[in-house]
Design a binder for this molecule. Structure first.
Ligand SMILES: [Zn+2]
Length: 360
């Protein structure tokens, strides 16, 4: 367990530099080669510098074994992300590993995972915006360690912890990855936190967290609530509609609040108020926030128009839920604004830093 100084007005920030190893030179997006990729290490640098300058203490992530990871992801997917790149290179693949054939469920009826690295990639990966390079597995795995380190601190009594996770995770599902995401660190943390009671995951990334929704679709111990741009017009296109509300035992523990293009602060905060009421009614022991900063008016990949004031309002509203809270970084690509937005969201939490349940 880390020894966190109990200084007032600060939120512990869990960091790990391993993410730098995941920096593919390009991706393919909407028919174009995109270089540099929007999802790149400088995103973390911007947030890291701003939070350190604001006096939030930085903590190193500690390493966890695969148990919590495998409680969310298929072992074959974990093994593929660990070993697939080396197999690809051994078979003559170029430095940037991208799929070209996707196993649509409408025709890949045999469920056979190809022996070819290229074929296997099209089984586990769902898009062309998530290339792999030699350091991708280590980076994705380190983000899981950041999330679990944060979860451990919150479970030990820290009222709020922020994990500076990269790459993002919420598009990665039980047995697939994509949308810049490798492992779903928020889902791994949330599932581990269910040891202490019910957990709510509030996802305010501008894109729907299809992966998190899938992980907890039938789970009545985890409420998943997402605010996002209307998926009819925004990635991930095929999920995040308001009639998706969970299945079997998890019926009504998934709630989606899609928002029209250009939605600004007032309508956004109205929707967030609805999300917070759903969380209050669920009465979770712990809250996990998938903190995307790509609902910003400045974001090049988003469809909404939140200002800095909007983010301040969101931070205040989430703080007012008054639950032990783990914030995990998801998207956010307006690099010049990320630091300011992150410090703005963390601001209202800063008064809540006294340990409450047996912390040190
Ligand atoms: Zn996003």
């Amino acid at each position: 367990m880390h020894d966190v100084p109990a200084t007032a007005h600060q939120v512990p920030v869990v960091v790990d530099d391993t993410h730098r190893a995941h920096d593919p030179a390009y991706e393919l997006n909407a028919g174009r080669e995109v270089r540099p990729r929007p999802e790149r290490p400088v995103r973390v640098d911007a947030i890291h510098e701003a939070l350190a300058a604001a006096g939030h203490p930085l903590l190193p992530a500690r390493h966890f074994d695969d148990q919590a990871l495998l409680a969310v992801h298929h072992p074959g997917m974990v093994a593929f992300l660990r070993d697939g790149y080396d197999a690809w290179r051994a078979a003559g693949g170029p430095e940037v590993m991208l799929p070209d054939t996707f196993a649509s469920p409408r025709w890949a009826r045999g469920g056979r995972i190809s022996a070819s690295p290229l074929g296997a990639l099209g089984w586990w990966c769902f898009d062309t915006a998530t290339p792999l390079v030699a350091g991708s597995y280590a980076a994705g795995r380190a983000a899981v360690d950041i999330a679990l380190t944060g979860a451990e601190l919150v479970a030990a009594g820290r009222p709020v912890v922020y994990g500076l996770t990269r790459p993002p995770g919420h598009h990665a599902g039980p047995d697939y990855f994509g949308g810049f995401c490798l492992f779903n660190h928020a889902a791994v943390a949330a599932r581990s936190l269910t040891a202490g009671g019910r957990v709510a995951v509030l996802d305010i990334d501008v894109h729907h967290g299809n992966g998190t929704q899938d992980v907890f679709w039938e789970d009545d111990q985890v409420l998943y609530v997402s605010l996002h741009g209307d998926p009819d017009h925004l990635f991930p296109f095929f999920s995040g509609f308001s009639d998706e509300r969970g299945g079997s035992a998890g019926r009504d523990t998934t709630r989606n609040l899609p928002l029209g293009s250009g939605t600004g602060d007032v309508a956004y905060l109205d929707a967030l108020r609805v999300a917070c009421e759903l969380i209050e009614a669920f009465d979770p022991a712990t809250l996990v926030v998938s903190l995307g900063l790509d609902a910003s008016e400045h974001d090049p990949l988003g469809s909404l128009a939140l200002t800095r004031d909007g983010y301040a309002g969101a931070g205040a509203m989430i703080t007012a839920l008054d639950r032990p809270t783990l914030l995990l970084q998801e998207g956010g690509y307006a690099v010049d604004h990320l630091g300011q937005l992150a410090t703005t969201v963390l601001g209202p939490f800063a008064d809540r830093t006294a340990p409450r349940r047996g912390g040190h």
